[in-house]
Design a protein around this ligand. Structure first.
Ligand SMILES: NC(=O)c1ccc[n+]([C@@H]2O[C@H](COP(=O)([O-])OP(=O)(O)OC[C@H]3O[C@@H](n4cnc5c(N)ncnc54)[C@H](OP(=O)(O)O)[C@@H]3O)[C@@H](O)[C@H]2O)c1
Length: 170
């Protein structure tokens, strides 16, 4: 059997990560990390944990995603969504991993009448958007060579706080 790649899945209990765990191809050996055992805002823990695991790939699905809550807890949001990403970039650089990070259209001001493209100017209008932009900037400014920065606008799926899909019983 070919060697499996180690994939560190950060925020592994969340909606997107739960689906990644379900559908990830078998060549990836997933190591899940989430609160309370793993705290992305703890730089030492992030560096130590990933140094021990030495993953080939890190996928960051962890975030402070309570958009309204971010308005009153912007400091917490910035630590998770901003500084946490910097710690992951540093950890990925240390072990030579590729980092995939998920961001959001909230980094834009939403005023465009045309679809946004990658290099459109950002201009977040919410604390959530500012914290996610801080994460993007940390990643771009890092020395990490191999990373993917994915901006998505709306995720939905079973288990999440959304009104599109509900898991059918049985
Ligand atoms: N959902 C959407 O519609 C949407 C749209 C655009 C972009 N995104 C982005 O897509 C990504 C995945 O979103 P999602 O909806 O799957 O998120 P989610 O369901 O809220 O999952 C996020 C996970 O991160 C964990 N987490 C929070 N703080 C942490 C910390 N300090 N250390 C470690 N783990 C922590 C959460 O744990 P707790 O539950 O215990 O806090 C949760 O398990 C996020 O980056 C989000 O910003 C989402």
């Amino acid at each position: 059997m070919p060697k499996r790649s180690r994939l560190a899945l950060i925020g592994s209990n969340g909606m997107l990560a739960s689906m990644i765990r379900r559908v990830a191809p078998p060549q990836y050996k997933i190591a899940p990390f989430d609160l309370p055992g793993f705290d992305l805002t703890d730089q030492n823990q992030v560096l130590r944990t990933l140094d021990e695991l030495r993953p080939e790939v890190i996928v960051n699905c962890a975030a402070y995603t309570d958009v309204d809550g971010c308005e009153t807890r912007e400091d917490v949001a910035t630590r998770v969504n901003g500084e946490g990403v910097r710690y992951l970039a540093e950890a990925a650089q240390n072990v030579g991993a590729t980092l995939m990070h998920i961001s959001t259209d909230y980094v834009f001001d939403g005023a465009n009448t045309e679809p946004y493209v990658e290099d459109d100017p950002t201009g977040p209008r919410s604390a959530y958007g500012r914290s996610k932009l801080a994460g993007e900037q940390a990643l771009i400014k890092s020395e990490l060579e191999r990373f993917f920065l994915v901006r998505t606008s709306w995720l939905y799926g079973p288990g999440g706080k959304n009104w599109f899909i509900r898991e059918m019983p049985g």
